[in-house]
Design a protein around this ligand. Structure first.
Ligand code: SF4
Ligand code: SF4
Length: 321
C-alpha cells in the first residue's frame, strides 16, 4: 500500500526542489482542463495513462550579457531550455524516490508520426494552465510579469496534487507597447522581427485583439532543421559539380553541418530579436540575473543584520539591561 503524504506538503517540497536547482517558477496545471483543450491524442493521459498531476517548471532566459551581445552570438547563447529539462528530469526522479509514485519527464519533442511541427505535448499549454506564463503577441511566447521570458518543462506523475490557476492578467501588451502601437500600428516585437512574421492588433481596452504569427517564416529564420531539406534539394538540382559543392559546402550551409555535429540545441533556437526589444522580457523585476543576484545578496545582508540585532537584544536581556 502506498504511503500517505499531505499533497500540499508534497507540492511545497517539489517547489523547493526545483527552485534549489535554479528554476524561477513552479506550478501545477489542471489535468481536466488540459485534457479538455488539448487536441485528440495530445492530452497528458495519452502519454501516461494513469497521470494524476502535471507539474511545470520555468527557468529564466539568457544572462543579462547575452541580451547585449550581437545577433549571431545571441542566437547561440540565448536559450536555457536544457536547464529546464535537466531540472524537470530530476523532479521526476525526486517524485519517484521520495514519494513512490510513477513519474515521467515529459519529452519536449516532436511527434514522430506527425512531422517537425507537431509536439507530442505542449509545454507552453501546461505552463499557461499552471499559471506561470501568459501568451504574448510575439508568436504566443509565454511571458511572466516578474520573470519575463522563461523556458518551460513538465513532469507527469501518478500522484494526485492540487492544481494552480492560470494567471488572472496577461502582462502583454506592456503599456509602452500599447503607446507605440497607437503611434505606429506596430508593437516592438512586430517592428523588430527581421522576417516580419508577427502582426496583430490591440483593442480599445489595451488588450490583444488579434495576433498572427507566421511560424514558417520564423522557423526558416531560426530553426535550421527546416533548412536542411532545402540544402539537399539544391544539391540534387545542381547543374555541375561546382554548384553542387557550393550547395553543400557554401559558408551558410557549412554552419548547418557544424551545428548538427555539436548538438541539436543550436538548431532549434529563436533568433530572439522579438524578445530583445520586449519590455517585459527586458525589465520584469526578476528577469535580470544581475538584479536577482543583488536582491539575494541584499536579503542575506538583511538576514544577518536581523540576526545580529536579535543576538544583541538577547545579550542585553541576559545581562538584565
Ligand atoms: S524569433 Fe525571430 S523570426 Fe521568430 S518571431 Fe521572434 S524575431 Fe521573428
Ligand atoms: S514587445 Fe513584448 S510586451 Fe510588447 S507586445 Fe510584443 S510580446 Fe507583448
Amino acid at each position: 500500500m502506498a504511503e500517505k503524504f499531505d499533497p500540499e506538503e508534497v507540492k511545497q517540497a517539489c517547489e523547493g526542489y526545483v527552485k534549489k536547482k535554479g528554476a524561477l517558477a513552479f506550478g501545477l496545471a489542471n489535468l481536466e482542463t488540459l485534457e479538455r483543450i488539448s487536441p485528440p491524442g495530445c492530452g497528458p493521459s495519452s502519454m501516461l495513462p494513469k497521470v494524476k498531476s502535471v507539474l511545470c517548471v520555468g527557468v529564466g532566459g539568457g544572462t543579462r550579457g547575452a541580451w547585449s551581445a550581437d545577433a549571431k552570438t545571441l542566437a547561440y547563447i540565448g536559450d536555457t531550455e536544457t536547464m529546464a529539462y535537466r531540472i524537470a528530469y530530476g523532479l521526476a526522479f525526486y517524485l519517484e524516490a521520495k514519494f513512490g509514485y510513477r513519474s515521467i519527464f515529459v519529452p519536449p519533442d516532436m511527434d514522430p508520426e506527425k512531422g517537425a511541427r507537431v509536439p507530442m505535448q505542449s509545454m507552453k499549454l501546461h505552463a499557461e494552465v499552471a499559471g506561470i506564463g501568459a501568451r504574448s503577441m510575439a508568436g504566443d511566447i509565454l511571458l511572466h510579469p516578474e520573470y519575463g521570458m522563461m523556458y518551460y518543462a513538465s513532469v507527469f506523475t501518478e500522484m494526485e496534487l492540487p492544481p494552480d490557476e492560470p494567471m488572472p492578467d496577461n502582462p502583454c501588451p506592456h503599456s509602452s507597447c500599447v503607446k507605440l502601437y497607437r503611434q505606429s500600428g506596430q508593437t516592438p516585437c512586430m517592428r523588430f522581427c527581421p522576417v516580419e512574421c508577427l502582426s496583430g492588433s490591440i483593442g480599445n481596452d489595451d488588450k490583444v485583439a488579434e495576433m498572427n504569427y507566421d511560424a514558417h517564416a520564423c522557423a526558416e529564420m531560426s530553426q535550421q532543421y527546416e533548412a536542411i531539406p532545402g540544402v539537399l534539394l539544391d544539391t540534387l538540382d545542381a547543374k555541375d559539380p561546382i554548384e553542387r559543392g557550393m550547395a553543400l559546402h557554401g559558408p551558410e550551409n557549412q554552419v548547418i553541418w557544424y551545428k548538427l555535429a555539436i548538438g541539436a540545441g543550436e538548431l532549434l533556437a529563436l533568433c530572439y530579436e522579438c524578445m530583445r526589444v520586449c519590455p517585459i522580457t527586458q525589465t520584469a523585476p526578476l528577469s535580470n540575473p544581475i538584479a536577482r543576484g543583488a536582491g539575494m545578496r541584499q536579503k542575506i545582508v538583511e538576514a544577518e543584520a536581523a540576526a545580529k540585532a536579535e543576538h544583541t537584544v538577547e545579550q542585553a536581556a541576559e545581562k538584565g539591561e
